[in-house]
Design a protein around this ligand. Structure first.
Ligand code: AMP
Length: 459
């Protein structure tokens, strides 16, 4: 028996069987270091990133001591975003598969309150959610945490960035003092130290230096003159043609200018900044998520709280003055087993920012010359899909199946040409393979969906 085998730990046999079934042969470094501490009941601060296996680390830790016969909330996981809460709950349900009768529910904003309250009335062993909505439930008395044994703060640095300190503090104040607190964070800014100081009892700390050694993020730095900055992005794209990618800008204006330059040079790009209406932002995110946009040009503020991961590259159009923000930005690249690439443009006045990053990562930065890169793209950079917008949505009782049916039935498109379908109240967005998008549009213009004619247009 290897020391990195899960069977070195005293876990319930059903959980060991599930881990075996999932093909988890060895513990990842964070699991190896954190699990003995978690299982001993001590508080823990773990510095490790997404992709390190941290969800299973705290998941195994919180499932092991659960009492299935008692239907009070015994473990609570706070996450920065709805998407992450959803993914975490799914991962926990997978781990809990072999354990009898464990109920895990998510409580996040953006979903009606009533059904959540009804679900809580039935009782749940584990709750995963975002701080705002959990606090709402506590305030309204639909949730009590008097029986909580284990509290997990996942991606704590992101939660603080998003201004969740207050709801988190209020939630913690409504939990028993005797609870175990586990804090996971990619970075360790002073705010995290303060949070730990206030709410944790003599925590052990583990640091996982390289969370993902098989797929490190390759960072390249390029010196640029400020007036050449936006054109330089075209050179970076011409060199690697990474897609999808995110280009981080400093201001809304920089965002808009870059989006225009990219679009007029044959690059499919959408801007995302804080001055856009929520509806427009949702639309841009839908296009990016359904593979109809190659480059998302975003400000940090707008990108905060949205779960875009696993992009082929992150481009820092301008370095952030805060090395922790830099870490967050580039962390969106190279997840889920893909290798990551982070390309940063640095004007002479930003050398100090580059030095902070260098100090943070503890090794010399890799500088490259822009002059060696092609000046422009030799062919357009287009995404694999195009989006057809249908002027009908949930209010018209349209469902994904109706659109899929119309496109593959009467319109005669092959099913594999149709990608993600997202439906809001008044609109449906359907991703179609680029070469068939015009055909799909024409067929939908001529034909009917669910017996009705809808206006359609192409993005
Ligand atoms: P996380 O850091 O929690 O986002 O996990 C990253 C990925 O690693 C997830 O897809 C897990 O299913 C997977 N994973 C977690 N623990 C192990 C393990 N011990 N062996 C293999 N894969 C794992």
């Amino acid at each position: 028996m290897n020391s990195s085998s899960f069977s070195t730990l005293s876990l319930p046999p059903a959980l060991l069987a599930t881990l075996d079934h999932l093909g988890y042969e060895h513990m990842t470094p964070v699991q190896q270091q954190a699990l003995p501490i978690i299982l001993s009941g001590r508080d823990l601060i773990a510095r490790s990133r997404t992709g390190s296996g941290k969800t299973a680390a705290f998941g195994i830790g919180l499932l092991t001591p659960l009492n299935p016969a008692f239907f009070g909330c015994q473990a609570l996981v706070l996450c920065p975003t709805r998407e992450l809460a959803g993914q975490t709950a799914t991962a926990l349900r997978t781990l809990a598969r072999g354990l009898s009768n464990i109920k895990i529910i998510t409580l996040c904003g953006g979903t009606p309150f009533g059904p959540q309250a009804a679900s809580l009335e039935q009782g749940a062993h584990v709750i995963v959610g975002t701080p705002g909505r959990i606090k709402d439930h506590l305030d309204r008395g639909t949730l009590t945490l008097d029986d909580l044994n284990c509290l997990v703060l996942d991606e704590a640095d992101r939660m603080l960035d998003m201004g969740f300190l207050e709801p988190i503090s209020e939630i913690i104040n409504k939990t028993p003092q005797r609870r175990q607190t586990l804090l996971f964070s990619a970075t360790y800014p002073p705010g995290i130290e303060a949070l730990a100081g206030r709410f944790m009892r003599d925590p052990e700390t583990v640091t996982i230096e390289d969370a993902n050694p098989a797929n490190p993020i390759v960072q390249r730095f390029y010196e640029v003159q400020p007036q050449d900055r936006l054109q330089a992005v075209l050179r970076l794209l011409a060199q690697d043609r990474p897609q999808p990618c995110i280009a981080f800008c400093h201001t809304r204006q920089q965002c808009q200018e870059l989006q225009q330059i990219l679009s007029s040079n044959g690059v499919s790009a959408q801007a995302l900044h804080g001055d856009m209406e929520q509806r427009e932002r949702d639309q841009v995110l839908a296009l990016f998520a359904n593979q109809s946009c190659s480059v998302l040009v975003a400000t940090d503020v707008a990108a905060r709280g949205i779960d875009i991961e696993g992009v082929a590259a992150v481009i820092n159009v301008e370095l952030s003055p805060d090395p922790a923000v830099h870490t967050h930005r580039i962390g969106r690249s190279g997840r889920a087993g893909q290798s990551g690439l982070a390309l940063s443009l640095v004007a002479p006045a930003e050398q100090g920012r580059a030095r902070s990053i260098e100090n943070n990562i503890g090794e010399p930065l890799a500088w490259h010359s822009l002059d060696k890169l092609p000046e422009r793209l030799d062919r357009p950079l287009l995404p694999p899909m195009r989006t057809v917008a249908v002027a009908g949505g949930r209010k018209d009782k349209l469902r994904p199946g109706d659109l899929l049916g119309a496109l593959t039935g009467e319109a005669g498109l092959p099913a594999d040409a149709i990608g993600k379908i997202s439906i809001s109240d008044f609109q449906a967005l359907v991703a179609i393979r680029w070469d068939l998008a015009k055909t799909a549009l024409e067929r939908l213009e001529e034909g009917k969906i669910k017996g009705r004619r809808f206006k359609v247009r192409l993005f």
